[in-house]
Design a protein around this ligand. Structure first.
Ligand SMILES: NC(=O)c1ccc[n+]([C@@H]2O[C@H](COP(=O)([O-])OP(=O)(O)OC[C@H]3O[C@@H](n4cnc5c(N)ncnc54)[C@H](O)[C@@H]3O)[C@@H](O)[C@H]2O)c1
Length: 333
């Protein structure tokens, strides 16, 4: 039976959602889209052949004929949209962050009490190179990691020759978010590091902002600790002069028997059985949305837990919240 999906939000990210849903063929079909922006919903509906078009999610759900909801609206609307779907008994795949703050997400999860199936759309951890790194770690090929370092350095918020900021042109809503780099972007890397390394705790965080056109931070340096004395550093900035306008993650994980390094399209394993695998980064990006959506549909079908279920995701949100707290910015909303 084809899963009939209602998409909430028709903004930038939904080009990737809809391409992801399309990879599932007969297993699922996006049959309706809701967005208050007529231009946005009509554009997506026309490009992806979506028959149902609504100005608001409540009307879309009230119209019936849906088996699941995909929430891709701005973060401030997520919790209420999840509540709305739950009131119709519909399973939900909700974009990150589940709510703007940890307390709001905790309140939502407590209120739902497991009544409705909810998965948080954390696609970074589904990228093919991170799944490969996870497989090497699980096989014990480098032993228990004792140090890890992830960096993401771009010039996305440095004005170019025309005075434009590439990251803000790409996703204009980033200008107005008081919680920006960590809540919007590094939430993915923090979630992925948890997937790779196990439970983590933030021990220090410093944030800064150089771009006057945005409300939130565009740099964060984060110190974390993990199991068995593991030390982890996240070094991230969109304000790095001379760096490319957009870039991928660079990662290094050291273990007693080897090391794993991600640099550009190369994932390298050092140790007793060294090897390098190369990835098509564009395909990994698109594929991460398809894999996330595929996981949602697979787990709905077999009833097994979602990898990024609410309990798991609250751990990622806890790391995000602790970053703002330790940077003295916990009042940012
Ligand atoms: N997983 C990822 O890699 C990734 C990447 C980008 C964005 N996102 C997330 O996706 C979400 C949307 O981001 P975006 O870049 O598409 O933003 P966007 O600003 O481009 O689009 C948001 C859309 O939602 C619509 N909208 C606003 N309120 C709504 C409501 N109540 N109901 C329905 N639609 C509503 C707006 O009209 C707009 O068309 C955010 O939560 C963001 O964090 C995730």
């Amino acid at each position: 039976m084809t899963l009939r999906v209602g998409l909430v939000g028709a903004g930038w990210v939904t080009q990737h959602h809809l391409a992801g849903w399309a990879t599932l063929g007969e297993r699922a079909r996006v049959v309706a889209v809701a967005d208050p922006s007529e231009a946005a919903r009509e554009a997506r509906a026309a490009s992806f052949g979506i028959p149902g078009r609504f100005a608001d999610a409540a009307a879309m759900m009230a119209a019936g004929g849906l088996d699941a909801i995909d929430v891709a609206a701005p973060r401030a609307a997520h919790a209420d949209l999840v509540r709305l779907a739950a009131s119709h008994g519909l399973p939900v795949l909700c974009q990150k962050p589940l709510a703007p703050t940890l307390p709001e997400a905790e309140a939502l999860v407590a209120e739902l009490g497991g009544r409705v199936r909810l998965m948080v759309h954390e696609n970074w951890r589904f990228r093919a190179y991170y799944r490969q790194a996870a497989a090497w770690l699980r096989e014990g090929l480098i032993g228990r990691p004792f140090a890890a370092r992830l960096s993401l350095v771009t010039s996305g918020t440095v004005p170019d020759a025309a005075g434009r900021h590439p990251a803000l042109d790409r996703q204009p809503f980033m200008r107005g978010e008081a919680r920006m780099l960590v809540a919007e972007v590094l939430i993915h890397q923090l979630d992925t590091l948890r997937m790779l390394l196990g439970p983590l705790r933030v021990v220090a965080c410093r944030m800064s902002r150089t771009c006057p056109d945005m409300l939130g931070e565009d740099t964060a340096v984060i110190g974390l600790e993990g199991p068995d004395g593991l030390g982890v550093q996240v070094f991230a900035s969109f304000a790095a002069h001379g760096a490319p306008p957009a870039a991928g993650d660079t990662l290094e994980i050291l273990g007693p028997a080897g090391a794993i390094r991600l640099d550009g399209d190369a994932l390298t394993l050092a140790g007793a059985a060294p090897r390098t695998e190369r990835f098509d980064l564009g395909a990994c990006y698109a594929g991460s949305y398809a894999a996330t959506i595929g996981h949602f549909v697979d787990r709905l079908a077999d009833g097994l837990p979602f990898e990024t279920d609410p309990a798991d995701n609250l751990e990622t949100l806890r790391l995000v919240e602790d970053c703002y707290r330790l940077a003295g910015r916990d009042d940012a909303r």
